[in-house]
Design a protein around this ligand. Sequence first.
Ligand code: ADP
Ligand code: ZN
Ligand code: ZN
Length: 730
Amino acid sequence: MFAEVIVDLSNASVDKIFDYNTGDLNVVAGQRVYVPFGKFNIEGFVVRLKEDTTYDKSKIKNIISVIDDFACVTEEMIELLHFMIKHYHLKYIDALRLFLPAEMRTGKVKSLSKKVVEFVGNKQEIIKTLRKNAKNQIELLNFLDNNKKYYKSDLNEKFSSTTVNKFLQLGFLTEKDEEYTRSPQYLIKEDKKLNHTNLQERAITQILTGGEKTHLLFGVTGSGKTEVYMSVIEDVIKNNKTAIMLVPDISLTPQVLSNFKARFKEDVAILHSGLSAGERFDEWKRIRLGRARIVVGARSAIFAPLTNVGIIIIDEEHEQSYNSESNPRYFTKDIAEFRKNYNHCPLVLGSATPSLESFNKAEKGEYNLIEMPVRINGKEMPKIQIVDMLGEIRAGNSCPFSRTLMYELDNCFANNNQAMLFINRRGFSSFMRCIDCGYIAKCTDCDVSLVYHKDEDKLKCHYCGKRFNALTICPNCKSTRIRQGAVGTQKIVEELHRLYPNVKVLRMDNDTTSVKNGHQKILEEFSNSKPAVLVGTQMIAKGHDFKDVTVVGIIDADQSLYQSDFKSVERTFSLITQMAGRAGRNEAEGKVILQTYAPRHYAYKFIANYNYKGFYSKEINLRETAKFPPFTTIIRLLYSGENEQLVKEIIKANYNEILNLSNDYKEDFVYFDAMKSPIGRIQNKYRYQILIRLKQDNAREIIDKIYEACDRIQNPKVSFFVEINPASLS
Ligand code: ADP
Ligand code: ZN
Ligand code: ZN
């Protein structure tokens, strides 16, 4: 037998499938193996077995050994691998690595076993043999139950290892190794059995009886979508199938997890970035071996090694974080669509603010639209008030809080309630600038301005993480008149401390949540404090269900509105709508204060009226007129490298190839140009790009030809990536 093997090396020149002889080994497709490669023995993956090979048989080497006693990669995932290679122009090994816990490949984590002891003696008999003053032994004996197992390490800790070993010697205990699963601990609440509302019942029925459709579940915040997901999963499990439920990483809150754990117990495995390497590996293995049939996780859980998938759910489907923006780049929805077709199961996309693309597909009948337009408890959505910040400045208020917001905060705290303030910028202020000559502090390795972090009194680059001393003297003109730009989370916290010294102020952003369980600790502290205010970036906009939040303040709504990509308005709409949904979830009425310098922007009018469909119509028309997705496909070819001249050469060569191609498809190329990237340098690598917009009809075919054209001329010193409909063009 011969095996096609992908070797675990990330070198462009080995991005091929190699043939090996299986020898007398029993190998299955998907298994990890050791193979000789050049001078070394390395890990590889068998992707196919075959009777014959077209290579010279005398030169084909033998597989040395198999690594695991099971196939790491299922048949479905091998097919998915081929799909991804072609679709996203990835290297085999880069795509394959997505399917396994990283730590497993490098051999850093393994299955653990622990010594387990079992009590096999007779208490009455033994007690007679022990000395009266053998206190430890008597205590241990009293502790032990017949035929019950204990981790030896636990007993050692409680009663000393000498005592435990003594019992082993005397034959009161037997000892053996047992596999031990590291599993993340969650606070598990009781499972609430809820009577479904009519809307929930209808949604559940449509999903369960619709066959292999894609459904768009469009339900306002608090409409009870989670209960719909859980009921559908329950049914799927009863039919002996498995389920994947994706949520954005930041909404994997203890709340959501404990709901799932409460209902599905050991049947659910959880994959997210907060797990330790060992926990991730053990959860993965539980899934692969069929011990957990439900996977709840962030983006990468779409690669969960389940077989016989009965449903795939993507909650908050509009979220950017579902698209991987660094190599290997992929769209979670494409992968979900592939697995849905492979398994013939339904796919559910849920959101209170669906992406324009998805709603457009629902409109065209490609997706089945299910609507849940009211909140569970029939409560009104909180009122959104737009405040013109230019008016504040004219009235002499230069503080980041408008008078309206301060009035509401005063009330909120006086009534012992909670508030959430949203600002999409971490750090203290966005930049430091010299008033006299306009100099702005920039990173030495990246062409971006630095962000001031007051707690460390440092300037930080948010692209590469480098730190610099804060500016006191302008290096350009020696002026000491240095000013800070727009405010960030730290500055807001400082202002709050000053204005409300008796109110608990908490901050949640990338800087405060980098420690393990950082999110959870902040959220717990917030939910246990009153009056209190939580200041944060978009992390606080998702999924939290705090009963006593009566005020939500959007400090600077425009921040995301003016980012220079075609999705910025759409993103602002959903971000603010999600944020507003945090207010007034209980009896007390909620208020949302939206501060802006552009109060008449159409997005804000639709937001204030919770008019998603109105917004959708307006925005989709604009997209059509301007020829942006979903009416076209944007392709960005990104080139970067330390040698700027070389980068330019390669991009020039590729540009010319595509130019030829575009002559064959004149009608389809709506836009085509090469340029320096908006951020011209990151980590000392120069960045250039080709931007293309293609009409939808032949896009797939042309993209494949663009890949081919680009592959003809590349250089190992220039990294090259393809992005389709990228969220950011920076
Ligand atoms: P969404 O995900 O749509 O924003 P949630 O699933 O968080 O909404 O539901 C909001 C709240 O309503 C939760 O506290 C949930 O426990 C509760 N809930 C959901 N369905 C029901 C029901 N049928 N009866 C009573 N409460 C419900
Ligand atoms: Zn200066
Ligand atoms: Zn930098």
